[in-house]
Design a protein around this ligand. Structure first.
Ligand code: GLU
Length: 418
């Protein structure tokens, strides 16, 4: 894990790497490397003991050429301005890669939510929602869950917005609980697109998913749902981790039982079915068929990449590989399926949620999953078609070429407005 790689610089490098595969002028490209605006705010919130605590919070609106800004809000002590800017840019290219009509945004609060009570978190969330109110809206900017946030926080944000605006507008935010206007299938959507990408990737590469060995770094919402769905396809989840460390079992875990253990104890470490406990870095360098980084940015830097032995990497996290790690894995001929496709299921089902909210007409889970499969498989086909028909060196470069091309088309068709 590399602390000193700035994710915003990584994003800019990724855009530059793809530039030669897109018909775009230098100045238009430069425009696509910077956020349109960033809200930085300091929330002052009353704690349960009556004291006041301050929290830094951000919302970056990166690009709106293809539609309203879209992207999650994370609660993490490591949140900072450049991280939020990078994450908002990755959302632009993710939405373009899967061809849904959104731009990109991202938000975050510098907080370790495990240190606060539910009522404190509610006040922090409502305070941020109040700051966001003038810049969000179902046609303007639509937040969603990200690291350490979920239905509960989305419901609070929706309620705060609707109360202040004196309206009902469930499409102002996605990832809500189904009774508050959320979509069925949203919770497992990121894991589902990871499974779909891996399934298509294995087919494309002529590899068998039955008995394939899989290591999952990060057994949170994205990682565990991917593990469960891959297990259902016959794969073997041989290793999984969280911030407490990793567990390994040669014959594979029962993905659901491992999740139950984590739910009860708070971590995967100490699981009695494990044959070995190891570090996250050990897990990332296991000799497996499929490696799924599903935690945070910069999990694999160039040094660690030298030791990666997986055949295929599917990025369920945003930005888990540094650009230098990408170069090393390219040389080692490891196929890396980029985050902007692999984890796009979350935002895709957010799009379906927003469509359902606006129509006030709700879909079955079966329909959600079918539509998601269509979007991801089409995007996968677009990606490998570009990879095969150009000399793009990596799947990431090909993905950015597709995505940047779509953003540039929207921009150029609309023209520049000073
Ligand atoms: N936070 C998720 C992501 O990084 C989902 C965003 C959304 O649903 O808008 O893609």
């Amino acid at each position: 894990m590399s602390e000193d790689v700035n994710p915003f610089e990584s994003l800019q490098e990724q855009i530059d790497d793809a530039a030669q595969y897109v018909d775009v002028s230098r100045d238009v490209l430069e425009r696509l490397k910077h956020p349109e605006r960033v809200l930085e705010t300091t929330l002052s919130v009353e704690m349960d003991d009556g004291s006041i605590e301050l929290f830094k919070a951000y919302r970056s609106q990166f690009n709106g050429d293809r539609g309203p800004y879209k992207g999650g809000i994370r609660y993490h002590p490591g949140v900072n301005r450049d991280e939020v800017k990078a994450l908002s840019g990755w959302m632009v290219y993710k939405c373009a890669m899967v061809n849904i009509p959104y731009g990109g945004g991202k938000g975050g609060i510098v907080i370790d939510p495990s240190e606060y009570s539910a009522s404190e978190l509610e006040r922090v969330t409502r305070s941020f929602a109040t700051e966001l109110r003038p810049i969000v809206g179902e046609d303007r900017d639509i937040p969603a869950p990200d690291v350490n946030t979920g239905q509960r926080e989305m419901n609070w944000i929706k309620d705060t917005y609707e109360t202040l605006e004196r309206t009902t507008e469930p499409g102002v935010i996605t990832g809500k609980a189904p009774d508050s206007g959320g979509s069925l299938g949203r919770v497992e959507a990121t894991g589902r697109s990871t499974m779909l990408t891996a399934r298509e990737a294995f087919e494309w590469l002529g590899k068998d998913m039955e008995d394939a060995t899989v290591a999952v770094q990060g057994y949170g919402n994205a990682g565990w749902n991917a593990a469960k769905l891959l297990e259902d396809l016959g794969a073997n989840i041989v290793a999984a981790s969280d911030s407490s460390g990793a567990v390994y079992r040669e014959s594979g875990f029962d993905a659901r039982a491992l999740k139950d253990f984590k739910r009860e104890t708070g971590s995967v470490s100490g699981y009695d079915e494990a044959e070995e406990e190891m570090s996250n870095d050990d897990l990332l360098t296991l000799d497996v068929d499929l490696l799924i980084p599903a935690a945070l940015e910069n999990a694999i830097d160039a040094d660690l990449a030298e030791d990666v032995e997986a055949d295929v990497v599917c990025e369920a996290a945003n930005g888990p590989l540094t650009p230098d790690a990408d170069d090393v894995l390219q040389e080692k001929e490891v196929y890396v399926f980029p985050d902007i496709l692999t984890n796009a299921g979350g935002v895709t089902v957010s799009y379906f949620e927003w469509v359902q909210n606006r129509q006030r007409f709700y879909w079955t889970e079966e329909r959600v999953n079918e539509e998601l499969e269509r979007v991801i498989v089409d995007a996968f086909d677009d990606l490998v078609e570009t990879f095969d028909s150009t000399d793009a060196p990596t799947l990431r470069v090909a993905a950015y070429a597709v995505a940047i091309g779509r953003v540039v088309d929207a921009y150029e068709q609309g023209g520049n407005w000073p």
